[in-house]
Write a protein that binds this ligand. Sequence first.
Ligand code: XIL
Length: 373
Amino acid sequence: MKKLSYTLAVGWMAALLCTGCTRQQPVQEISLKEALADKFLIGVAINSTQAAGRDTAATRIIRQHFNSIVAENCMKSEVIHPEEDRYDFTLSDQFVEFGEANDMYIIGHTLIWHSQLSPWFCVDEAGKNVSPEVLTERMRDHIHTIVGRYKGRIKGWDVVNEAIEDDGSYRKSKFYEILGEEFIPMAFRLAQEADPDAELYYNDFSMAHPGKREGVVRLVKQLQERGIRIDAVGMQGHMQLDFPTVEAFEESMLAFAATGVKVMITELDMTVLPSPGQHVGANVEARFGYEKAMNPYPEELPEDVSGLWNDRMDDFFKLFLKHRAIVSRVTLWGVADSDSWRNDWPMEGRTDYPLLFDRNHQPKPVVYQVIYD
Ligand code: XIL
């Protein structure tokens, strides 16, 4: 059955190509966003070159297939708020303008996160942790300034990113060290104050882990019990070919939805490469030195592996469609394979194939399957 749908999709592609579509002139009549219009938003993370319109092959795909965008890097604190008294909105303004010009549902990523954090944010000039009062004030200024600037324009925010460990305990980040678990409700309150109409999300990776699932459910319930609004849980969805299982992912989707919030798949991609560490999740700080043996497909992906990848990606889309009543958005973490962070994480310099469009900006079979099945 799987083989059949893969073959059918390849057939579709061939048929469409034969009816006069060239690489310069992609198939105009097909579009993910039209096919999924009454199901969920279909989004993509874009980089600053794309937001500036300088990557025309990618921007053509973004406009054709997606109705939501998220900033891959330009709204992280180290970029947008490099010094305590200085914000830099150059790239984020460009990103938001790109979204508006193309009528996209714009997502802000991310307000409070321990990674890609401005070095000054949690410490004083001597490098020592600031007091809870100082950090509270810094968070207030950061969240109010950024959310306030894009009030009514950015529709949803990843308010807190990656605060829970795989075992369900709180990550011992600087925010946690200084403010304890209170930094999370505080961040949600501040974001709500700054734009009461924006949706507010908690976002994390490895969400299919039972421990993380329970920890996040606990967190959502605690916020709700205190009357603090949270609209959705974002499951990043940085997948491997053999991990996690569709079933475990589904169990987490259902557990989050049972709290009454929506579920979003916020950073979908699927590596075909071997993992140098045991399920490093998507911890951006994980780093391994380059090894040739860990880069098995530098030129092209063998057909059996691309078949496996395609079938598994299709299985996940089927899962999202099955649960469309609770899924409000599915966002890919990049446009084409060449753009993906997975070529360099957790090992720099590899060649990966994790996204829906290949290095020639051609759709993979799963795109046709999602559109036509
Ligand atoms: C990644 C970006 O894609 C890279 O360009 C950057 O070097 C590191 O961060 N979880 C997240 C995203 O929430 O912000 C990360 O994005 C991937 C993991």
